[in-house]
Design a protein around this ligand. Sequence first.
Ligand SMILES: *[C@@H]1O[C@H](CO)[C@@H](O)[C@H](O)[C@H]1NC(C)=O
Ligand SMILES: *[C@@H]1O[C@H](CO)[C@@H](O)[C@H](O)[C@H]1NC(C)=O
Length: 371
Amino acid sequence: MLPLLCLPLLAILALAAPLESRAPKYNVTSMNEALKRGSEILGTYARCSGSLCSWMSKVPDNTRITDMSIPGTHDTASWDYTLLRQISYLKYTNIIYPSPLYRCGSQSIFAQLAAGNRAFDLRVGFAPNGKDLVFFHSEALLDVNARFEDVMQGFYRFLEENPTEGLVISVKDENATWGTTQALQQSLYTTLTSPLAQQYINPSTSISSTPLSALRGKLTILRRFSLDQLLSNQQTLGIDLTNGWADNNPDFSLSTPAGDKVYIEDLYEPKADKIGLTPNVNLKLDVTTKHITAASGKTKGDGLYLTFASSEQAYQLLFPQVMAQGVIVPGVNQGLKKFLVSGGGKGLKKKGIIFTDFGSETSGFIEAIIA
Ligand SMILES: *[C@@H]1O[C@H](CO)[C@@H](O)[C@H](O)[C@H]1NC(C)=O
Ligand SMILES: *[C@@H]1O[C@H](CO)[C@@H](O)[C@H](O)[C@H]1NC(C)=O
């Protein structure tokens, strides 16, 4: 029996505990600096609000990450690559394809998170100053100010405030024009192993048996850049996807050195027999729905399934937004949503990670992936 005297004290403690703010694991001053400098890619910081901020809280702790259905954004950082921005960077990039070809969304990273996305596709390279790591989509320089480490801090901030959630961050070395490959590898490695990063990054190099509990409040790196030019003790980091990524391929797999099997659909430029939007959307829908179905049944094998629902076709001016959202006729997103909500994909679980273009701009699509 507790002495009666203790009861008021316990009551006070119970009341005080949720009010007492946990000290953040980050330095507040440098966090604020990073969010400010990174705002052209992160968006203006706002604490996550809305029903999808903690959707993972409803997923049991012991669920394997590879058994979840996780929406993500393809070419995450390209959402504000407008014509004006492209023109302002002409002095660096010269004439490249029209800006809509590089743009894969319209919502900031903080908005993408609030929409329920938990997987992100970051592509980095050196800024023209040869020093800062910034974001690219192929030859398109997306912003000169927002650094890779700033955007990582944005993710840390989200995790700190939404500790039920876990993130999967794919990092690819996209452009080494203003630096060397070796310097790019070193810079990425340094950022992703800093004392701050270690607070948030899951150190495991394997994902197949990782339960959600190990990823709550943390992120895991899908590594799409090599570390082969660094010292031998700096050649391991995250889930190594560098061996065997097939280009523009609807159905391939690769193995990581840690023994994970990864099954991937990444037909980003479908070439249908017939010209026009619908034949190409249908071709993309076909490979995407097949891959999601395979993920759900693990019919290719146990492992991580990545489906890129994103696509474009430069020579027919079918930009990512057109392929994803359609024009008059439906695009891939509407087709996939229908498949998941009322078609052959209805009720499928364990759909894997699905990266979309303009996914959260298609109402109800992200919810259909999570379901
Ligand atoms: C926090 O970051 C600021 C700015 O980068 C720095 O000046 C300060 O020394 C840091 N504080 C601690 C306790 O590390
Ligand atoms: C990197 O970007 C620069 C500037 O736009 C461009 O000249 C170069 O071709 C790009 N490299 C790759 C591999 O995309």
